[in-house]
Design a protein around this ligand. Structure first.
Ligand SMILES: Cc1ncc(COP(=O)(O)O)c(C=O)c1O
Length: 391
């Protein structure tokens, strides 16, 4: 049996005709920059995320970059973030001429640890930390309550890296849930094809409940021009393509169903692993959905996790990867090196001590979790993992 890590073809099949029709319409319109498909998607995403503004941009990376540009982050500034994330989270900080400062992760959720953040902020007596970027890793929100409390205490804006988490929800309490991206000053999404809402190329969006900030980003994504050819600010070409927007509008209508299927698949893996001795023997840990219990206390269905990735922690990770791949099972490491360990950072900052981040980078592996994955495929994945450790 072949189990790919992701199968975009199977998701495309029922939508293909509609997508081709919509793309053809954009082609025939000759309206290739901005236009009604982009504004239509912006309206729909801001309604979905419960934010006052949404600005379509060229990628998740550019959403983060333009947010930092809008905050005028530059040389001499530092940005507090996690080291256990995709490169873009740190890359944008460096591209602004600023430096990252890393808090460790909570080993249960893999998200940035507010206790370690508090330690770092307290030590920042010269007030060089000018922004905070928590990442909602794998589709589960970082612990935004304490993060926002720190943001208020130190008056530092929060830009949520929600690239993997569109639609994920964070509970203040069991009654009060907030969509990813709507909690900090702004939230940044990626429409990279492998995301829960993925385009047919690159794309991204920045959402904000601060309309002044949203409008500033709208200006910056188009070279800071307003009106055309008059530049009070230096921006860039960070525009979202209308072809991507029209495809994403079709896909957005299915996103809740896809989130639910991913959650069901996660539950299936959890029960299949529970039937083995792997967890008891300390060989394997399943991912923990930290807000699930609260979600179960309310009647309305909640996106306590959207499982952009289902990530297990295992012993002999690299051996398992080779074994799974040799058995035609797609899997991936997100991420094999922490950001503070990247070569390009050598000499830029002092090496921090981030034991939980480093341990995660050495011991985690993402299994296939896409919505159309069948139970039989999941059984096969678990059978092969059991065979690796127990035979
Ligand atoms: C956590 C995180 N941040 C930022 C990005 C960047 O998004 P994009 O690939 O759309 O530039 C990604 C996407 O892979 C991501 O996973």
């Amino acid at each position: 049996m072949i189990v790919p890590l992701l199968d975009l073809g199977i998701q495309l099949k029922p939508l293909r005709e509609k997508i081709i029709e919509a793309v053809t319409k954009v082609v025939d319109s000759t309206r290739y920059i901005q236009g009604p498909e982009v504004t239509g998607l912006e309206d729909e995403v801001s309604e979905y995320c419960k934010t006052k503004s949404a600005v379509g941009v060229s990628s998740g990376t550019d959403a983060l970059l333009v947010a930092l540009m809008a905050l005028e982050i530059g040389p001499g500034d530092r940005v507090l973030t996690t080291s256990y994330s995709f490169f873009a989270t740190m890359g944008v900080i460096l591209r602004c001429g600023a430096k990252p400062v890393f808090a460790d992760i909570d080993p249960v959720s893999f998200n940035i640890d507010p206790i370690d953040m508090a330690r770092i902020l307290e030590a920042d007596t010269e007030k060089t930390i000018k922004a905070i970027i928590p990442v909602h890793l794998y589709g589960q929100c970082a612990d935004m309550g304490p993060i926002m409390a720190l943001s208020e205490k130190y008056t530092i804006p929060v830009i949520e890296d929600a690239a993997q988490a569109i639609g994920a929800e964070y509970p203040d309490s069991k009654e009060n849930w907030h969509r990813a991206g709507s909690i900090g000053l702004a939230g940044c999404f990626s429409f990279f094809p492998s995301k829960n809402l993925g385009g047919i190329g690159d794309g991204g969006m920045l959402v904000s409940n601060d309309t002044t900030f949203g409008e500033l980003v709208r200006k910056l994504r188009n070279h800071g021009a307003e009106p055309k050819y008059y530049h009070s600010k230096i921006g860039g070409n960070f525009r979202l393509d209308p072809i991507q927007a029209t495809v994403l509008r079709i896909k957005l209508k299915h996103i809740e169903k896809w989130h639910s299927s991913r959650r069901e698949n996660a539950e299936t893996y959890n029960s299949l692993f529970a039937e083995t001795t792997l967890i008891k023997e300390g060989v394997l840990k399943i991912p923990i959905a930290v807000y699930k219990e609260l979600a179960e206390e309310v009647t309305e269905s909640k996106n306590y996790h959207i499982y952009n990735q289902y990530v297990i922690t295992v012993k002999n990770r690299d051996g398992l990867i080779s074994w799974l791949r040799s058995n035609d099972i797609g899997c991936e490491i997100y991420y094999p090196l922490c950001l503070h360990e990247q070569e390009c950072l050598e000499g830029v900052i002092d090496k921090p001590s981030l034991p939980h981040s480093e341990k995660a980078a050495r011991s985690t592996i993402a299994l296939p979790i896409y919505p159309e994955l069948t139970t039989r495929m999941q059984e096969y994945v678990v059978e092969k993992i059991v065979a690796f450790y127990l035979s």
